[in-house]
Design a protein around this ligand. Structure first.
Ligand code: BJW
Ligand code: ZN
Length: 237
């Protein structure tokens, strides 16, 4: 199976790597659905924390969730899957991940559909944003420009995806000839819809995941296993 996948990669000219939380799992970043099983957070529903309503109800609590995740992010490193993707400078990474592990691995083409944890921005959208020190994140605080609260520059449920990132991702996925779908449950839209978009446009789909996912039905080849273990072998020329 991996040989057939490697041949397909060799024969493809426009490759998109569409990734999710599983790509960073072996670095020690809990997947989104695992995040609520960690320590203090076992009693919380991540899908409720990651909403504008969750933040409005209890900004301190939601901000603390991100502070914990930021500290963890500062302590982890890119894994072999990030490094294999980064080595292929022609591959475009369309990722749902809010971490910076692809950047730190040296990848040059990265589109982040769900924003970034590296920055805070104004809740009232006055345009203010500031980078955050991940190892020593600041507390909840007001926007120096307008006085509203600052929030992480991520995309919560119910919010639109960043316009330019989304438009670029749609164009790339509609014109790629191969999509690698790495470590995503493919349950969150509109991002998950990019897999079907690529498939309908004629691209081959290779899914890399230790578990079945919503992408399984669209896969031409499904590689069952962890990204960090499979990707170096898959990308070897
Ligand atoms: C491994 C591995 C290893 C493990 N190697 N693999 C009904 C139908 C359709 C849509 C909707 C609906 N009801 C509501 C919606 C909309 C909603 C949505 O899709 N909800 C679904 C839950 C149904 N979507 C939205 O709200 C989006 N916005 C929107 O629709 O806007 C419309 C709008 C337009 C105009 C104006 C206003 C609004 C926004 C979605 C934003 C998602 N944000 C999050 C949080 C980011 C910040 C944070 O992290 O705190 O993004 S949610 C979360 O899910 C995060 C992720 O990027 C995203 C995807 O998760 P992912 O990556 O798939 O992770 P997991 O954990 O689910 O899966 C991990 C996978 O890895 C598993 O498969 C494992 O097996 C695998 N794995 N180890 C390889 N080692
Ligand atoms: Zn502001």
């Amino acid at each position: 199976m991996i040989d057939a996948a490697r041949d397909l990669i060799g024969a493809s000219e426009r490759i998109v790597a569409f990734s999710g939380a599983g790509l960073s799992a072996e670095s020690g970043v809990p997947t989104f659905r695992d995040a609520e099983t960690q320590g203090f957070w076992t009693n919380y529903d991540a899908a409720k924390l990651a909403t504008p309503e969750g933040f409005a109800n209890d900004p301190e609590l939601v901000y603390k969730w991100y502070t914990d995740r930021r500290r963890n992010m500062a302590a982890v490193q890119p894994n072999p899957a990030h490094l294999s993707l980064a080595r292929r400078r022609d591959i475009v990474n369309v990722t749902q991940n809010i971490d910076d592990l692809l950047h730190r691995a040296g990848a040059v083409r990265i589109i982040q559909l769900h924003g970034t944890l590296m920055t805070d921005r104004c809740l009232a959208e006055c345009g203010y944003e500031e980078p955050v020190e991940m190892a020593d994140p600041p507390g909840l605080r007001a926007c120096p420009q307008c006085g509203a609260l600052l929030r992480p520059a991520v995309v919560w449920f119910g919010e639109p995806l960043p316009f330019n990132a989304w438009r670029e991702a749609e164009d790339l996925c509609a014109s790629c000839d191969l999509m690698l779908v790495i470590g995503t449950a493919a349950e969150v839209y509109p991002a998950a819809g990019l897999i079907g978009l690529a498939k309908r446009a004629g691209a081959k789909i290779i899914v890399i995941n230790p578990n079945p996912s919503q992408a399984s039905a669209l896969a031409d080849i499904e590689l069952v296993g962890k990204a960090g273990a499979l990707m170096p072998d898959l990308m070897a020329v």
